[in-house]
Design a protein around this ligand. Structure first.
Ligand code: GLY
Length: 588
């Protein structure tokens, strides 16, 4: 069997030997502000087609090839069938005034037949429109390569490509169809001839307004896209993408009794979430963050409905990191951040999910307005409501829901980012958040308590305790640290008692500012994930830096004396992931 790692390698070698620069995948979050997420390999190359950038200067060739991380929200409702996905890898070769149709088609033919050993079922070419002629040239080239090839002519909707949702280079395409393990002919490769620039989106192109606004490009471009998952499916002769080696380990990690569609959605969404998180996206109510939130919450909802633990979600993320990490190192680097973000989102959603499920069950019918209210009040996303609502949600459709969403966003846009508990934030260090003076006092006290807690945990549990995360709100401090097992109740009590003893001593809390190397020599604790400046503040609780009970690199703010904390209480201890414990604590 040709494994997917071999397919990537063969693809890269094939184009290298034909003078193409190997360009690494760009981020799923594009630099082009007109698009939400990277939907195709050509996206990072747009300026080379228009002549705004020079490929020879930038990567030494007029042609390039890549395996690009891509994400299409347009297919989200189809996920669960044999082959639709949100996240996918797109193999592609690109030429910017380098070669024409003959080379593009011949190369593709060679790769599919000679390198992959596949038989082509048929190809499609553009039938022509009012201003773009029928593509006889491509049809002729195909026939020269294989005289009995089945060439089918198709229209704008199928064989004229432009980037989804944004403006850019576009043109007629020729597509290759190959038979999969279920005996169906599926499209695997889309070869686009970029001859035009269109100022609007692909959706507009299809609406038929395209012809008159197409502007010819000065140079002929080639842009191709071949989904790795689909290619793996035909190469590995499976019936679905989920049986290929790209998904099999994920599906195998799910309980066998889950129904097939649920397994596929979970596998797709977990994989997509891990990749979005590795590119720095975090769940939120807008943009890419909103897409991520929907993926993650749908997985949480399935886990909840099937009485499964989110440890399985974590396990899936870890499989993605292990399987794809060698190809996409960002996954490895962001490993902890990915897992932490998953649990943080769960913590938010856990508060309302059960109520949301019950609310849906109690509603006689659910339209788009009601669905949006469910999102607003309980964070239930469109996909969950649609699914759980069943026939009651027949009247609910994505367009109306999105319209409700857009209406709401427009009315709350002003200053929305700064909102927190109904106030503008007066403090947001990332770790500490406060909306007013009163809250500021409380989070400052919790912050000092967190320093004392970390030292107390080290005293009780030993040196292997190290900070893995910290988040402080007006209600509590939440401290994550590495430790291999559950912390026993008596150990928690000991740590709590130590902190309270240090509060009773009313130690001064102050800082010194030192060059970073010197600061490290003081033995102060610091958080390995954080990037510190040249000079850092070391906050310490004690009468001198040397004799202090706690020393930590920190930007503040802190109380001036530990006595201000009054009384410290640990509320809860739990695991967030393997080897990471989480403590929630508060002060009076
Ligand atoms: N850029 C070609 C494709 O996405 O199919």
């Amino acid at each position: 069997m040709i494994r997917s790692t071999d397919i990537r390698a063969k693809f890269s070698a094939f184009w290298k030997s034909r003078g193409h620069a190997a360009v690494p995948s760009s981020s799923l979050v594009p630099s082009d502000p007109s698009v939400l997420l990277t939907t195709a390999g050509m996206q990072q190359f747009k300026p080379y087609y228009t002549g705004e950038a020079d490929p020879v200067r930038d990567f030494g060739s007029k042609s390039a090839a890549s395996c690009q991380k891509s994400f299409r929200t347009s297919d989200i409702d189809e996920v669960g069938d044999e082959r639709h996905l949100t996240f996918f890898e797109m193999l592609g070769n690109f030429s910017f005034g380098g070669y024409g149709k003959r080379e593009a088609i011949t190369y593709a033919y060679d790769f599919i037949t000679a390198e992959m050993g596949l038989a082509i079922s048929y190809v499609t070419v553009f039938e022509g429109s009012a201003s773009v002629p029928r593509d006889e040239e491509s049809a002729g080239i195909w026939k020269e390569l294989k005289s009995d090839i089945d060439v089918r002519y198709e229209g704008m909707e199928d064989v004229f490509w432009g980037p989804t949702g944004s403006s850019g280079p576009c043109g007629p395409t020729t597509e290759i169809y190959v038979r999969n393990g279920a005996g169906e002919d599926i499209e695997i490769w889309n070869i686009v001839f970029n001859q035009f620039l269109y100022p609007g989106s692909r959706e507009e192109l299809l609406a038929g307004t395209a012809d008159k606004e197409l502007k010819p490009l000065a140079q002929f471009g080639v842009d191709t896209g071949m989904g790795l998952e689909r290619l793996a499916m035909v190469v590995q002769k499976t019936k679905t993408v989920f049986e290929t080696d790209l998904f099999a380990p994920l599906i195998a990690a799910l309980p066998a009794e889950l129904d097939e569609r649920t397994k596929r959605v979970i596998a797709d969404h977990a994989r997509g979430s891990a990749f979005l998180l590795s590119d720095g996206v975090r769940p939120s109510n807008k943009g890419a963050g909103y897409v991520l939130r929907r993926l993650m919450r749908r997985v949480f909802a399935y886990m909840h409905l099937n009485a499964l633990s989110n440890d399985i979600f974590e396990a899936l993320m870890k499989i993605v990191i292990a399987e794809y990490g060698p190809e996409y190192q960002g996954l490895m680097k962001e490993r902890d951040g990915i897992i932490d973000a998953m649990w943080a989102e769960w913590e938010q959603f856990a508060r309302t999910l059960d109520r949301g499920v019950k609310a849906i069950a109690a509603m006689p019918s659910i339209d788009s307005k009601a669905a949006f209210d469910l999102y607003q009040s309980m964070g239930m996303t469109y996909e969950i409501v649609k699914e759980l609502g069943g026939t009651k949600a027949r009247g609910l459709n994505r367009e109306d829901f999105d319209r409700e969403f857009a209406k709401h966003q427009a009315s709350s846009r002003a200053g929305a980012e700064k909102k927190f508990g109904g106030h503008g934030l007066i403090l947001d260090t990332g770790e500490l958040k406060a909306g007013n003076e009163e809250e500021l006092k409380k989070v400052t006290r919790l912050h000092t308590a967190t320093h004392l807690l970390q030292q107390a945990l080290k005293d009780v549990l030993g040196g292997e305790v190290a900070q893995r995360g910290s988040d402080i709100t007006v209600e509590r401090t939440r401290f994550d640290f590495s430790f291999p097992r559950k912390v026993l109740p008596e150990e928690l009590k000991k740590a709590e008692d130590i902190v309270n003893a240090k509060i009773a001593e009313d130690l001064p809390m102050t800082f010194v500012e030192l060059p970073i190397e010197e600061a490290k020599k003081t033995g102060a604790l610091y958080y390995f994930k954080e990037k510190y400046p040249e000079r850092v503040k070391v906050y310490y609780a004690g009468r001198s830096l040397e004799t202090a009970y706690s020393r930590e690199f920190c930007g503040g703010p802190h109380v001036t004396h530990t006595g201000e904390l009054k009384k410290f209480r640990i509320m809860k201890e739990e695991a967030t992931s393997a080897g990471i414990r989480r403590i929630r604590a508060t002060v009076e």
